[in-house]
Design a protein around this ligand. Structure first.
Ligand code: CUA
Length: 463
């Protein structure tokens, strides 16, 4: 009896100690978790700079501004609801809380007050209408590309080769999503580029969105909200980087809609010059496989002359490194490749030969670089980034290209494509990828350091 008693007592005692320890440890852990979350919270707040290249709070142009206004309206309405409901709740728990020696009678209990219920239903309907009307207006406004005469190609595009029937259309850009990069085609101008779109300042641009493979989503946060690219259908949207003349005047509040003068035009030109941040970041906003998070793009905003020049550069493309005609170069390449010397020629030979780049990439000008499975590389040396915006070489100070960085980026990309962008087809293409190269004996033979170097130099020269 006494033995059993001792055992039970001991057991109870130990359990008490154990419980005490567990409780103590738990409270210590909780305290650390609280402390840690407070710290991480502060760290995250550091990321709350609203004026970044991907901000939806500092918007440019009518589409993003309309969407922002709608967002803020919803914020204010819901904030009002939060304050009203939270306020009533706080009032009730403070006023009716039980106090020590509280001898107040229990407040009258009841439910089903018709006045309150009808009032709440009415208030809900009113708030929904307040949100719904501008929402519908916003959806229609951002869906239909506006007919803005100042955005018609004829009004601003000074380059040549524009079909007459396109004169009264805005610039059209066909956006095609691939795993994991973007093609930007301009059918009116007969050019195709990749990952970096070039758009004229203050002009309406109509986008047609398609996908080559899976669902992607076009998102250029400061310019416009997301629209999906869906296989088998074409979605459309419009964007405009900066206001047009009319909207600018309206915002200034200085002139009527029909007023026009050299001074006003000069003011507007200064606005375009100053107000338009000329480089925007975009991102695929729909999960689309391994490297979805690395499927970025860029939008460079330019003035009319820069745009026309860019079109000419894209249409002209590139000659051979040593100034030969392409026919002569290919004749030499076939008869006596060793006669083509120098790093750039070596790079081009690799591009056309062992590295097989030309099977997947177009380089305008080069009659045999016609592959369409990968990004168009015309003027790739003029782009501010490669690998769909993932490897950057743009200098923040002045927007120029950091050539050393650019070389490093090309080198890195060619050397370890699979590391930079896991899962991509340039590395493994079912036998044709740069990670699957073989020598004449069929043994794996990746590009050597020297080959990677020369190929990088050649790509860098495409500008
Ligand atoms: Cu494309 Cu995510």
């Amino acid at each position: 009896m006494s033995y059993t008693y001792s055992v039970v007592k001991l057991f109870t005692h130990q359990t008490t100690i154990l419980l005490y320890l567990v409780k103590h440890i738990l409270s210590v852990i909780t305290r650390y978790i609280q402390l840690l979350s407070a710290f991480t919270g502060v760290l995250f707040l550091g990321g709350c700079n609203l004026d970044t290249r991907m901000s939806t709070f500092v918007t440019k142009g009518p589409v993003a501004e309309t969407q922002y206004d709608l967002f803020m309206l919803t914020v204010w309405v819901t904030l009002g609801i939060f304050i009203a409901v939270g306020g009533a709740f706080a009032f009730a728990i403070i006023k009716f809380r039980e106090r020590p020696n509280d001898d107040r009678p229990m407040p009258s209990q009841g439910h089903g007050n018709p006045l309150v219920e009808i009032g709440l239903i009415g208030a809900s309907i009113l708030l929904l209408v307040i949100i719904a009307v501008p929402t519908l207006q916003g959806i229609w406004y951002t869906h239909d590309t506006p007919e803005d005469p100042e955005s018609f190609m004829s009004a601003w595009y000074s380059g040549e080769e524009l079909a007459e029937e396109e004169a009264e259309n805005p610039l059209i850009v066909k956006v095609i999503g691939y795993q994991w990069w973007w093609a930007f085609e301009s059918p009116q101008l007969g050019i195709t580029t990749a990952n970096e779109m070039v758009i004229p300042a203050g002009k309406v641009v109509h986008l047609e969105l398609r996908s080559f493979d899976v669902i992607h989503s076009f998102w250029l946060p400061r310019i416009a909200g997301k629209v999906d690219l869906i296989p088998g259908r074409t979605n459309s949207m419009w964007i405009q980087a900066g206001d047009n003349f009319l909207r600018w005047k309206e915002k200034q509040g200085v002139a009527g809609p029909n007023e026009d003068s050299p001074a006003l035009r000069a003011g507007y030109a200064a606005y375009l010059e100053e107000e338009i941040q000329n480089y925007y970041y975009g991102q695929c906003a729909e999960y689309c496989g391994d490297s979805h998070a690395r499927m970025h793009f860029r939008a460079t905003v330019v003035d009319n002359e820069q745009f026309a020049k860019w079109v000419i550069d894209e249409r002209t493309g590139h000659g051979t490194p040593d100034g030969k005609t392409w026919d002569d170069w290919y004749a030499a390449y076939a008869d006596n490749p060793d006669s083509l010397t120098g790093d750039l020629n070596e790079g081009l030979k690799l591009f056309m030969g062992r590295a097989k780049c030309a099977t997947c990439h177009v380089v305008k000008g080069n009659p045999r670089a016609l592959g369409v499975a990968g990004p168009n590389l015309t003027n790739v040396g003029s782009r501010m980034s490669i690998a769909a915006g993932w490897l950057n070489h743009r200098r923040e100070e002045d927007g120029s290209i950091d050539l050393e960085k650019q070389y490093d980026n090309f080198y890195k990309w060619i050397k370890e494509t699979d590391v930079v962008k896991p899962g991509n087809r340039m590395w493994k293409a079912g036998g044709g990828g740069i990670g699957e190269l073989i020598d004449e004996n069929g043994e794996p033979a990746l590009l050597t350091e020297d080959e990677t170097h020369k190929l990088s130099l050649y790509l860098q020269s495409l500008k």
